[in-house]
Design a protein around this ligand. Structure first.
Ligand SMILES: Nc1ncnc2c1ncn2[C@@H]1O[C@H](COP(=O)(O)OP(=O)(O)OP(=O)(O)O)[C@@H](O)[C@H]1O
Ligand SMILES: [Mg+2]
Length: 250
């Protein structure tokens, strides 16, 4: 469903992505994991066609991001790192506006609005101004706008960032329920998040791909002092993949 082929991105002299390749299969939840500045947001902005790469390309549902960006955008719902919420619009107005921008109208628009209202648990905030929303409700509206056109692919940049523990559980269970029918890529630097949600993990650091695979496959790449791969925590795997010289007992 998503095929990232040797993507590189340079901002002036700085390299944010350096020949990164990874894949997400249909129906898969892929966790994009890496420290601050690793290149996660840059990769997502390129996949959603908000940025053009310096070199390399990617395909989404068979469409090339460089050759067919409009077809790619139709298939993607995107929760950016900072959700562009217009403070003086109400939740219902904003989602209607985004739905129309996604070419929905009439009964279909009404049906999708009702669906995101229920799925993203927005009833109690439905008539509130966006500037009045808590961070968690803002994030729910951000996910609702990403889902309004029922995309095949969801790209979520740190979906639980800044939320309290209850809100994190709610957003995680929402992502899990969506995973049954969509291909999802989400970024995070929270290891528990990846354990809770991802079928497969892509680790990037300083713009380079460090490893990709299931937790078990990543564990098997790690040269560990005596521990069986299945006994390694994701924390141990992560530290040893990023800092192989440090034999840290976590
Ligand atoms: N518009 C920009 N201009 C110049 N440099 C940028 C720009 N956007 C990102 N960078 C740089 O590119 C690198 C990757 O940034 P990016 O935002 O993709 O990382 P990230 O993995 O999403 O980090 P975080 O976990 O902090 O969100 C960083 O070194 C960052 O400073
Ligand atoms: Mg980021």
């Amino acid at each position: 469903m998503i095929d990232v082929q040797s993507l590189s991105m340079r901002y002036g002299p700085a390299t944010a992505l350096d020949h990164v390749s990874f894949q997400a299969n249909p129906g898969e939840v892929l966790g994009l994991l890496g420290p601050n500045g690793a290149g996660k947001t840059t990769a997502m902005r390129i996949l959603t066609t908000y940025l053009f790469p310096s070199s390399g390309t990617a395909k989404v549902d068979g469409f090339d991001i460089l050759e067919n960006p409009i077809e790619v955008r139709k298939r993607i719902g995107y929760l950016p790192e900072t959700v562009p919420l217009y403070g003086d619009m109400r939740v219902d107005e904003y989602l209607t506006f985004v739905g129309k921008a996604r070419a929905l109208e009439g009964a279909k628009l009404a049906e999708r609005i009702e669906w995101v209202k229920n799925t993203c648990h927005l009833k109690s905030a439905w008539k509130h101004l966006l500037c009045e929303l808590s961070k968690g409700y803002g994030q729910r509206v951000g996910i609702a706008q990403a889902l309004i056109h029922d995309p095949k692919v969801l790209i979520l940049d740190e979906p639980t960032s800044g939320l309290d523990p209850i809100q994190i559980i709610e957003i995680r269970s929402l992502v899990k329920s969506l995973a049954k029918e969509k291909t999802i890529i989400f970024s995070t630097h929270i290891l528990q998040e990846v354990e809770a949600l991802a079928d497969r993990i892509v680790i990037i650091n300083e713009g380079k791909l460090v490893a990709q695979g299931t937790k078990q496959e990543l564990a098997e790449k790690v040269q560990n002092s005596g521990k069986a791969a299945r006994d390694l925590s994701l924390e141990e795997i992560f530290i040893q993949l990023l800092m192989p010289s440090q034999r840290v007992a976590v």
